[in-house]
Design a protein around this ligand. Structure first.
Ligand code: CA
Length: 243
């Protein structure tokens, strides 16, 4: 048994956030858990979808790394079940490539998508990025930051959205998107501009990712999502939020 003296061990733990990793490939699961622990995270692991779902509910992790193809309940099933009662950030890991699968992954409520094979540094970067956006982030300023538009009231500090006083359940990315729209009313916003502003550089998204999220947002904030009045599509240009 040798004393560990790896480079980087002098660095302060980045965080004590809890990461749940659900993956049935044992070697990959162990590797991810190892690297996440070295970053200072508390790591929980499950190798079946149903176990992962149970652990998510029992332990309330800060981020979930979720494989798509899993025994028990698959990643999409886990994602959908979780989204009924939590906004925990989810990174969907999948061996399937292609745009259709990416969009399908996002459609289940995942916040990010990581195709296999991926490097551990990439995984750590994605986890960090999602934690930065998480509602429980500790660096939030104490002052309330409230943006209102019609019957919508958004509290940017508490990361709450209310419509007619009723609390809406938005995923972290939907929240960021709504906040961005509210802060740029009456302007035509291109998909590229939206991607850069809301996704920054932590997601290799494309314009369709924006469309998918706009669709979800409309379902939550528009009286009639099929005939949107707040988030208008400007053909050939992008989107416009009616302030
Ligand atoms: Ca798998």
């Amino acid at each position: 048994m040798s004393e560990e003296s790896e480079s980087g061990m002098t660095a302060a733990p980045a965080t004590t956030a809890t990461v749940l990793v659900v993956e049935d490939e044992e070697a990959l699961l162990l590797s991810m858990a190892h690297h996440l622990r070295r970053e200072g995270y508390d790591v929980l692991t499950a190798d079946r979808g149903d176990d992962g779902l149970r652990m998510a509910r029992d332990h309330d992790p800060d981020v979930i790394v979720l494989d798509l193809m899993l025994p028990g309940v698959d990643g999409m099933g886990v994602c959908r079940a979780l989204r009924r009662d939590t906004q925990v950030p989810i990174i969907m890991v999948t061996a399937l490539g292609g745009e259709g699968d990416r969009v399908a992954g996002l459609d289940t409520g995942a916040d990010d998508y990581l195709p296999k094979p991926f490097g551990m540094r990439e995984l750590l970067a994605r986890v960090r990025a999602l934690l930065r956006r998480a509602p429980t982030r500790q660096s939030a300023p104490a002052d309330e930051d409230i943006v209102e538009s019609g019957d919508l009231v958004v509290n940017a500090v508490r990361r709450e959205v209310r419509r007619d006083g009723e609390l809406l359940r938005l995923k972290p990315r939907e929240f960021e998107l709504l906040l961005f729209l509210l802060r740029n009313p009456g302007q035509v916003l291109s998909r590229e501009h939206i991607l850069e502003s809301v996704w920054e550089h932590d997601f290799n998204g494309d314009a369709r990712t924006v469309d998918v999220h706009m669709r979800w947002l409309r379902q939550k904030i528009e009286p009639d999502a099929a005939n949107p009045e707040r988030i208008r599509t400007v053909r050939g240009s992008g989107y416009l939020f009616e302030g």
